[in-house]
Design a protein around this ligand. Structure first.
Ligand code: CA
Length: 222
């Protein structure tokens, strides 16, 4: 299995290479967007791990060019922890999954294995919770197979709850994931999104619990 790592931070790139080679992957590294683009134009990989902030051309442009050439390698983007807009844009441009920095190497390796498996079966990145599914690539949610209408922010809130299903998420964590550093977060904004989500999800038995003073959690189905 061949993986291309595109990362301009030499320390992070080195750590990724060591970890993935240790897990028996064949790993190449590109240190800027242009180098990545030239390599991807002539070589095939089973997975591309792509930083977004890169010298010369950025990660968004690398994905765009890869997909325009018809390249189908799964792409895992590495994004800043709070950059929801970047994740959405990356996924819209054809990335398959993302990991927020900083991340733990075991999680990266698990995502890598999952993406390579999916790359081989041709399906995309989907979270499920009882009757609820969320397609991260297509930004669509369904309940019992029927699409539900959700705003971008509602999707963001749902995604965070599903990724941490069974664990409490506090308002600061939501705000960090959903808003940029310089965006004002209204005092009740998260409450409002959760309230709207509940109205759409509770009829199907999907429960978002309020843990007073702590936050919200998506109740695990027994
Ligand atoms: Ca970077």
């Amino acid at each position: 299995m061949r993986i291309l790592i595109v990362e301009d931070d030499p320390v992070l790139a080195d750590g990724l290479v060591k970890s993935l080679r240790g897990a028996d992957f064949a790993v190449d590294v590109a240190h800027d967007g242009e180098q990545a683009d030239s390599i991807l134009a002539v070589e095939n990989y089973d997975l591309v791990i792509l930083d977004l902030g890169l010298p010369r051309i950025d990660g968004f442009e690398v994905i765009k060019r890869l997909r325009r050439r018809g390249g189908t390698a799964p792409v895992l983007i590495l994004t800043a922890r709070d950059a929801l807009a970047d994740r959405v844009k990356g996924l819209d441009l054809g990335a398959d999954d993302y990991l927020s920095k900083p991340f733990e190497l075991p999680e990266l390796e698990a995502r890598v294995r999952a993406l390579i498996r999916r790359g081989q079966t041709g399906s995309s990145s989907v979270l499920t919770h009882g009757p609820l599914t969320l397609d991260l690539g297509g930004r669509r949610a369904t309940l019992d197979g029927a699409p539900i209408e959700l705003s971008a922010r509602e999707l963001g809130v749902l995604e965070i709850l599903m990724l941490r299903s069974g664990r409490v998420v506090n308002k600061e964590q939501f705000a960090e994931q959903l808003y940029g550093h310089d965006e004002e977060v209204g005092a009740n904004a998260i409450e409002v999104y959760v309230h709207r989500l509940r109205k759409k999800l509770e009829p199907a038995g999907v429960v978002i619990r309020t843990i007073r003073g702590l936050g919200y959690l998506l109740e695990k189905k027994s």
